[in-house]
Design a protein around this ligand. Sequence first.
Ligand SMILES: CCCCCCCCCCCCCCCCCCCCCCCCCCCC(=O)SCCNC(=O)CCNC(=O)[C@H](O)C(C)(C)COP(=O)(O)OP(=O)(O)OC[C@H]1O[C@@H](n2cnc3c(N)ncnc32)[C@H](O)[C@@H]1OP(=O)(O)O
Ligand SMILES: NC(=O)C1=CN([C@@H]2O[C@H](COP(=O)(O)OP(=O)(O)OC[C@H]3O[C@@H](n4cnc5c(N)ncnc54)[C@H](OP(=O)(O)O)[C@@H]3O)[C@@H](O)[C@H]2O)C=CC1
Length: 515
Amino acid sequence: MSMIAAFYGGKSILITGATGFLGKVLMEKLFRTSPDLKVIYILVRPKAGQTLQQRVFQILNSKLFEKVKEVCPNVHEKIRAIYADLSQNDFGISKEDMQELLSCTNVIFHCAATVRFDDTLRHAVQLNVTATRQLLLMASQMPKLEAFIHISTAYSNCNLKHIDEVIYPCPVEPKKIIDSLEWLDDAIIEEIAPKLIRDWPNIYTYTKALGEMVVQQESRNLNIAIIRPSIVGATWQEPFPGWVDNVNGPNGLIIAAGKGFLRALKATPKAVADLIPVDTVVNLMLAVGWYTAVHRPKSTLVYHSTSGNLNPCNWHKMGVQVLATFEKIPFERAFRRPYANFTSNNFTSQYWNAVSHRAPAIIYDCYLRLTGRKPRMTKLMNQILRTASMLEYFINRSWEWSTYNTEMLMSELSPEDQRVFNFDVRQLNWLEYIENYVLGVKKYLLKEDMAGIPEAKQHLKRLRNIHYLFNTALFLIVWRLLIARSQMARNVWFFIVSFCYKFLSYFRASSTLKV
Ligand SMILES: CCCCCCCCCCCCCCCCCCCCCCCCCCCC(=O)SCCNC(=O)CCNC(=O)[C@H](O)C(C)(C)COP(=O)(O)OP(=O)(O)OC[C@H]1O[C@@H](n2cnc3c(N)ncnc32)[C@H](O)[C@@H]1OP(=O)(O)O
Ligand SMILES: NC(=O)C1=CN([C@@H]2O[C@H](COP(=O)(O)OP(=O)(O)OC[C@H]3O[C@@H](n4cnc5c(N)ncnc54)[C@H](OP(=O)(O)O)[C@@H]3O)[C@@H](O)[C@H]2O)C=CC1
């Protein structure tokens, strides 16, 4: 019997960010392994014209939840969606809902955040810092609360090279920042933001670091733990391999590469690609929830959910396997054949951007214009290059994350729990994982049918022929122009032609002699 699964039985669990990538996988696993849990409260806002109920309905009816419906047929009765907007000071939760949350919650998983790298400082602080403080305040009024699990990121201290499982202080107190945002206007805030974030690469990682400090400062006598995942990728095993549902992190780049838009990336091939499957993170979260509630460690423990020091894989290996999978399982209607170059050199990267990205986009837009259609490729290419440049910081460096607490927890689990809540990333086979990942992007993000693979392969063959034809034509045009203008080019040309002629004559003569 799994002790962790039993622990969540009969419990009331509050999840923020349940409609996000991590949140959905967390709910799925909870329902599948502890179908007798009492209720999962989720703090949700209406979005894209959908009500709370419609959003929950959509999640429960997605492929991700197919197994859950077999194990826990009354799952819809066990989810209670509560209106909340975490960017409002009091979350906008109704009095009755708040009362219920305060009196019933046993465990909190705080996943909600803005993960945009370029968010405004005001919004990012509101969500990643102030909302965390507000939730901790709520938690302190929950008499039945056993554990509060805060999800941060392994990159919250990416200004350091070696990162331990401790909370590092930030140069400016979070409270000072929260207070000053109340009276400063937006223009001034954006002006001081670069000075505040110092050597953090973006507002996201900086505000996640502030969020951790808030957790430390406001922990009171709560049982709190912090989990820091690195780059969260598709599912490894559960509920099935390769599930993904958004374009964040590597996902968007995999699409761009598979469709032939992105053919070069400023990346350091030997740098560690610290990906961690989302189901591995979720298993650790559930184990940490159990451990924090049952063992009540004296201080706030930080757990790294990273792969780099236990089972490292670098960007080169990852890129090669991504490309190999594109060969086997190509994406449909590619713009160009997938190909890629990882270069850490600035000049080479600029060169590839001009030749492999911008030039084909401009040529294609000319073709669209000439055929009476609206040009769109340059805009799309600019968007992809902007995204790639935002992620560059993370693919050109390696970090060392210590994992003492994570390994300690692994050793605390019973063999059954180690199996059901497996977060031992040493067992991960990267090649298999990446292949399933790319397949998952094709199936669940692009919604492409596997039956279309032969046609996709045919399309790539056509693209290859067009490529050869284009290159030959280009070569001949350039050469013709050179021959017309330069005596030296003419001499080289005659030398090559006469050399080829002599070689062919010799070859013909020697084969005649043999007969
Ligand atoms: C030497 C040998 C080499 C061998 C060959 C090599 C072969 C290589 C093949 C290449 C294959 C690629 C392989 C993998 C490459 C991996 C690179 C992975 C890098 C990953 C680094 C991640 C670091 C994460 C660190 C921190 C982790 C976290 O803690 S949190 C999660 C991370 N958060 C994010 O990822 C959010 C990032 N996104 C943003 O901040 C914003 O979206 C933006 C600033 C990037 C863009 O904002 P903007 O306002 O301009 O646009 P937006 O409205 O958001 O979107 C516009 C359209 O763009 C789409 N979009 C969004 N994100 C992405 C994305 N990541 N990739 C592609 N497209 C994206 C979005 O859907 C919009 O589309 P439309 O709706 O259609 O307009
Ligand atoms: N993905 C990754 O690579 C990594 C993620 N993390 C951390 O994991 C956590 C979850 O990330 P992930 O699932 O990928 O992110 P997503 O962007 O997929 O999900 C974010 C969640 O936060 C919710 N949210 C955002 N703003 C509000 C708001 N104003 N009110 C209520 N809810 C809001 C979103 O709700 P809605 O659906 O309404 O937008 C969504 O449910 C975050 O804390 C992130 O920092 C850490 C490391 C890596």
